[in-house]
Design a binder for this molecule. Structure first.
Ligand code: URA
Length: 320
């Protein structure tokens, strides 16, 4: 095999590996793009390579590490690659997460997650977030959790403490988890974006993560999911749905309570705890009604995971 063909195979393999972990674009220097778009001089010396491929070859890409399958068939969902905006990536050597084996030993799994965490902690792909963040908020919980919660991005409290969902919204999430007879240690909690979105000093509160920021960060979450292999993912809020599925605008009011499928893993979209708190602040009854909706979504999750559900649990937040 010629060196050229070997090189081509290596490039294809690298692209397939990246695709398998959710990357949908590679950052190229302008000079490289010029070379690639120039007439293929090489084809004269490598006559076998014709016609010149213009995209990733149609060789079947390796599927992301197999995940436990759902009990019932689910509708296909849009994939992360459908993202509308390009990632705001730094061009120099973005880390290329590698696909992971589904059948790692507990020790190998722990070390793979630790290695992934170290990579995330050192990430500089979004220079503006690298300079503004206090910490990279990777995720917490059981590495073998059956249930994973995915939020949008760390807020100020999370940025300070380095742990997801520790502020006011986090306290409500912890209550929801407790109501499901779980703890923060038996589930896994992560965000689409691992850094707090930067804000101007004059701005109050949190900024919604941009599609490009989420796309840049998504490979970390994909690897977390591949390693943990939750049986069910709960997407907390429309932004988490957008980031996870790479869709431009989620309609959480319509989508919540309806199962989605993320590469074989069932996803239950529900309202973000912050939204529940906002509804509660507007009016107690609104808060109660929204909590009940979230709780109905969680009952579906518990059913899917075949968790025991008491009568008391079934009746939470019902009027009367
Ligand atoms: N909101 C989120 O989406 N994630 C957090 O970690 C905290 C608040």
């Amino acid at each position: 095999m010629s060196a050229y063909v070997q090189l081509l195979d290596a490039v294809i393999k690298d692209l397939e590996d990246r695709k398998a972990v959710g990357e949908r674009c590679v950052v190229l220097a302008p000079e490289t793009l010029n070379v690639l778009s120039a007439p293929l001089a090489l084809s004269r010396t490598h006559a076998a390579i014709q016609p010149r491929p213009t995209a990733i070859p149609a060789r079947p890409a390796p599927v992301a590490a197999p995940v436990r399958t759902a009990a019932a068939p689910l509708a296909p969902a849009p994939r992360a690659g459908d993202l509308q905006s390009p990632p705001e990536a730094k061009s120099a050597n973005p880390p290329a997460p590698r696909p992971r084996s589904a059948n790692l030993s507990p020790a190998d799994k722990a070390s793979a997650l630790a290695e992934l965490r170290n990579r995330a902690l050192a990430c500089e792909q979004c220079p503006h977030l690298f300079t503004s963040r206090k910490s990279v908020v990777f995720g917490v919980g059981d590495l073998n959790a059956q249930l994973m919660f995915v939020g949008e991005a760390p807020g100020a409290d999370e940025d300070k403490q380095g742990e997801p969902f520790v502020g006011a919204a986090g306290q409500l999430l912890t209550k929801i988890i407790t109501a499901m007879s779980q703890t923060r240690q038996t589930v896994y909690i992560a965000n689409v974006l691992k850094c707090r979105p930067d804000t101007q000093p004059s701005e109050r509160g949190n900024r919604k993560p941009r599609p490009g920021e989420m796309a840049t960060c998504l490979p970390y979450l994909l690897e977390q999911i591949q390693l943990i292999q939750p049986r069910v993912i709960v997407a907390l809020g429309g932004t988490a749905v957008e980031g996870l599925f790479g869709i431009a605008e989620a309609r959480i009011t319509r989508q919540r309570g309806n199962w989605m499928d993320f590469r074989g893993t069932p996803v239950m979209p529900t309202f973000h705890p912050s939204y529940v708190l906002r509804r509660e602040a507007e009016e107690a009854d609104n808060g109660r009604a929204t909590k009940r909706q979230v709780w109905e979504d969680m009952l579906q999750v518990m059913e899917r995971l075949q968790m025991p559900i008491s009568e008391k649990q079934r009746g939470f937040f019902l009027k009367g």
